[in-house]
Design a protein around this ligand. Structure first.
Ligand code: NAD
Length: 311
C-alpha cells in the first residue's frame, strides 16, 4: 500500500517532529495537528503544514483528517508520573483525544491506515530485566498506561468496523534531540540538564530499575515500516532495542562525561513506575524488518549537544 497524504497528531513534539521529517523525505505531504502545549513550531520543517488545534476538538480534527490517507496519532499528555496525580486530564487527552481522531477517520472515508503511538506503560511489571514480548500481561500500573491500553482497544475495534487498517506501536523509553524538558519525562534529558547546571542527577528508588532506551530515529523508522508493510492490520509491536540499562548505569555514563566526581542523589521511588521494562523486538524484526541502529552510549552526545544548544 502506498500513501500520499499523512496526518501526524502531536507532530510538533519530540517523536512526532522526527517522524514528520522522515515522511517528507519519503515524498508524502504532511499535515500536523498540535496544540503546541509541549511541541514547538520550530521543530517542524517548513514543508509540513501545521494546524494549531486540540485533538479533543471535533471540528479541528475533522478538518485535518479530511483527505489524509494515513494517520499517525501521537498527540498525548506524556507522563506516567503526572497521570497519577491528574488522571482526569490524562484520560481526557489520551483516551478521548484518540476516540475523537478515530471518529473523524471513520467519517472521512479517505483514511486507509491508522498508526497509534502506544507505550510500554500498558504492561504489568516484569519479573526480571529479561525482554518481554507483546504476549506479556497487560496490567498497567499507571492511569497513563490504562489510557494507552484503552486507546489500543478503541483503535483496533473502530478501525475494523470503519474499514481502515491499524497498527499499534508500543514505544519504550525514547531518547534523542528535541525531547521537551519537563521534570517528569525523559530521564536522559533530565539528567543531562541537571549535570549541565552543575546539579546532581536525582534518582527515584535505588536506581536498579531497568529501561530499554531507544533512539528516536529508530522509533520514526518503526512508524515508517508500519506504514509501508501490508498484512499487519490489527497488530501490536514493541519498539525498543531488546537491551536493558539501569538508571544507575545511565547516571554513571552521564556523570563521567559531564561532571566527573559528581554522584547521583536518591529519593523514594514513585508509585506507578515499572521496575523492569525491556522490549523483546523479535516480532517487529520478523514481521516489519525493524532493526534498531541506535546505541545509547554513543548517542548520548547528541542529547548533550541538544541540551547545550537550548540553554
Ligand atoms: N517519549 C517516550 O519515551 C514515549 C514512550 C512511549 C510512548 N510515547 C508516546 O509517543 C507519543 C509522542 O510522545 P513524545 O515523547 O514525542 O511527547 P511530546 O510531548 O514531545 O509530544 C506530544 C505532542 O502532542 C501535543 N499535544 C498534547 N496534547 C495535545 C492536544 N490535546 N491536542 C493536540 N496536540 C497535543 C504536544 O504539544 C506535543 O507536541 C505520545 O503518544 C506518547 O505517549 C512516548
Amino acid at each position: 500500500m502506498s500513501f500520499q497524504r499523512a496526518l501526524v497528531t502531536g507532530g510538533a513534539g519530540f517523536i512526532g517532529s522526527h517522524l514528520v521529517e522522515r515522511l517528507l523525505e519519503q515524498g508524502l505531504s504532511v499535515t500536523v495537528l498540535d496544540d503546541l502545549s509541549v511541541g514547538r513550531r520550530e521543530h517542524l520543517p517548513t514543508e509540513a503544514r501545521l494546524v494549531v488545534g486540540n485533538v479533543c476538538d471535533p471540528d479541528a480534527v475533522r478538518q485535518v483528517v479530511d483527505g489524509a490517507d494515513v494517520v499517525f496519532h501521537l498527540a498525548a499528555h506524556v507522563s506516567i508520573r503526572a497521570s497519577m496525580q491528574g488522571f482526569l486530564h490524562d484520560a481526557q487527552v489520551n483516551v478521548m483525544g484518540t476516540v475523537n481522531v478515530l471518529d473523524a477517520c471513520a467519517r472521512a472515508g479517505t483514511v486507509r491506515k491508522f498508526i497509534c503511538a502506544s507505550s510500554m506503560g500498558v504492561y504489568a511489571d516484569a519479573p526480571s530485566a529479561e525482554p518481554i514480548s507483546e504476549e506479556h500481561p497487560t496490567r498497567p500500573a499507571s492511569p497513563y498506561g490504562v489510557g494507552k491500553l484503552a486507546s489500543e482497544r478503541y483503535v483496533q475495534l473502530v478501525s475494523r468496523e470503519a474499514g481502515f487498517e491499524s497498527v499499534c506501536l508500543r514505544f519504550f523509553n525514547t531518547y534523542g534531540p528535541r525531547q521537551s524538558y519537563t521534570p517528569y519525562v525523559g530521564v536522559a534529558t533530565i539528567f543531562v540538564r541537571r549535570l549541565l547546571a552543575g546539579q546532581r542527577p536525582v534518582i527515584f528508588g535505588d536506581g536498579e530499575q531497568c529501561r530499554d532506551f531507544v533512539n528516536v530515529q529508530d522509533i520514526a523508522q518503526a512508524n515508517l515500516l508500519a506504514m509501508q508493510h501490508d498484512g499487519v492490520d490489527g497488530e501490536v509491536f514493541n519498539v525498543g532495542t531488546g537491551r536493558g540499562t539501569t538508571v544507575n548505569r545511565l547516571a554513571t555514563m552521564l556523570c563521567a562525561r559531564l561532571a566527573p566526581g559528581l554522584k547521583p542523589s536518591y529519593l523514594p521511588a514513585h508509585a506507578g513506575e515499572l521496575r523492569y521494562s525491556v522490549a523483546s523486538i523479535a516480532k517487529a524484526r520478523r514481521v516489519l524488518g525493524y532493526e534498531p541502529e541506535g546505541d545509547l552510549e554513543r548517542d548520548l552526545d547528541a542529547v548533550i549537544g541538544w541540551c547545550k544548544e537550548q540553554r
